[in-house]
Ligand binder design. Sequence first.
Ligand code: AMP
Ligand code: GLY
Length: 420
Amino acid sequence: MNILILGSGGREHSLAWAVMQNPKCDRLIVAPGNAGIAQIADCAALDIENGGAVVSFAEENTIDFVIVGPEAPLAAGVADRLREAGILVFGPSAEAARLEASKSFTKEICDAAGAPTAAYARFTEAEPAKAYVRQQGAPIVVKADGLAAGKGVIVAMDEATALEAVDDMFGGAFGGAGAEVVIEEFMDGEEASLFVLCDGENILSVGTAQDHKRVGEGDTGLNTGGMGAYSPAPVVSPEVEERAMEQIVRPTMAEMARRGTPFQGVLYAGLMIKGGLPRLVEYNVRFGDPECQVLMMRLGAQALDLMHAAAEGRLDEARVNWADDHALTVVMAAQGYPGAYEKGSVINGMDELPEGSSHMVFHAGTKAQDGQIVASGGRVLNVTARGATLQEARDNAYAMVEAIDWPGGFYRRDIGWRAL
Ligand code: AMP
Ligand code: GLY
């Protein structure tokens, strides 16, 4: 099979790494890719949100299977264009991608599916939204409806913060994403994510993970795209997973199919778990980043077979071969992230690191320059390891982190603390 992966982050590096291990992969191109991906696959410049350009590129390169990494091309209908052109693709249609692209759509589906989630109300104007905040009181959660790169959610512990968030959103702080605002009941509990492949009808769990969204140790400071992750998530016991499948994932998938917009791809269910009862926080329609890195490290080559089965509607035949293992990834980010950060600092010490089925440094934001690897993004490296226990995975990952010589970067030293 000739395979094309769309995307350029650590998630796509880990997808490429897993796919390359599968003998069914004859040729792999990643567009646009990054310096780490270029070490294992061909990279090509391509406007991945332009469906026409992606179809032409796939046809010119006799691609048999396309795997879409990030949400933006999905929301832009790239998977639809590929399907129309008869090219096999892993990733949902634009209609099904609304499970991530619109928070009010997700709420509507949860209502129809009877899936447990936070009580909510939606608004298109500031005054009624503020009246609702005053009536409900804090803590309360204010969300811009559309895609806002993970920044459109304010968890307000007091009323003033919530009122200010409403004004900011309707004032255009998140552009078009904030034209509609969802206000939600605050849920407390422990967060974890469940990843499920769907082929429109059948579903298959491919693992659980927890990430660390805050920039600082002890889960303090600003929100980020994720500073580290581990899999499995101990809080998602087999009973919790079964409950989440039965009460949340299965009814959601059935409702999408009933509406004539079946979901095909990976559904990322963000859960809030309290007393063994999961409630839905949000859906994403792609693998998490950095959660994908730990899932791929555990799944390895079979990830390709599973995604291929989902794309071909054969998930009922597919099984995951689970090893009794754990994986953990530590994100190394550029000093200043998630605020302003410098690009171009040189990273040394990576040549001597172990690489293989239990150790891998996935690149998230790097560039090759004059024979060296330099930082080119906020989140730069995902140092990932596997072990028989979470402690072993963590020790292995941090041993690699410590061998990396990058004065321009920083990382959290406590990834996994909640589970250890
Ligand atoms: P989202 O973009 O919907 O994942 O929201 C970002 C983060 O905000 C989540 O990962 C949660 O930590 C938090 N969050 C979102 N909705 C709620 C809620 N209803 N109650 C408590 N925390 C929430
Ligand atoms: N790590 C969170 C996300 O990918 O949305």
